[in-house]
Ligand binder design. Structure first.
Ligand SMILES: [Zn+2]
Length: 176
């Protein structure tokens, strides 16, 4: 009798197990969302990047939510003895992409853990500066970056505008 009760207890509620898995997936999705909107999200599975009919980039989350993003490589190498945060200029750094331009097609074929997506709207990008031996020298969540030239040309054509990398604002893309 006692053994029987114990056996029953172990197998009473399979649905609770399923909901525990669901809770874990929901937590992962909300962590991913936080990184996308506040920092940067490492694109591990390149098939999660999709485009719409305007060639704009979206990240498909495990919750099946699609978030419009920009894509970029979030690090730069510098010789250690030359590096100073005061010597960082956006024209020397990786540019961000708003469309699936030829550079993005190449990026999506690479296996670089620094290829990231973001939907952070304040114009400050998460970025790392590494020495030639991969030592982290400086990390910021507020790096000014320029838009890719291919992407800007496509944007200017689509919107009949004449913006330069200096006066393009990420919100022209994320909020339209
Ligand atoms: Zn581009």
């Amino acid at each position: 009798m006692i053994l029987g009760e114990g056996f029953q207890l172990t197998f009473t509620d399979f649905s609770e197990f399923k909901s525990a898995v669901q809770v874990f997936m929901d937590r992962q999705s909300s962590l991913d969302r936080w990184n996308i909107f506040n920092k940067s999200y490492q694109i591990k599975d390149k098939s999660k990047i999709v485009v719409d009919s305007y060639n704009r980039l979206y990240l498909n989350l495990s919750s099946n939510e699609e978030i419009r993003v920009v894509i970029y490589i979030n690090y730069q190498k510098f010789p250690e003895h030359f590096f100073s945060p005061a010597n960082i200029f956006p024209e020397n750094l990786n540019r961000y992409h708003i469309y699936k331009c030829p550079s993005v097609e190449k990026l999506l074929q690479q296996n670089d853990k620094h290829i990231v997506a973001t939907a952070k709207k304040d114009g400050g990008f998460h970025y790392k500066f590494l020495s030639s031996t991969n030592k982290l020298m400086f990390e910021t969540n507020n790096q000014h970056l320029y838009i890719c030239r291919y992407c800007l040309a496509e944007f200017n054509k689509k919107y009949n505008s004449d913006l330069s990398p200096e006066n393009f604002n990420i919100n022209f893309y994320l909020e339209n």
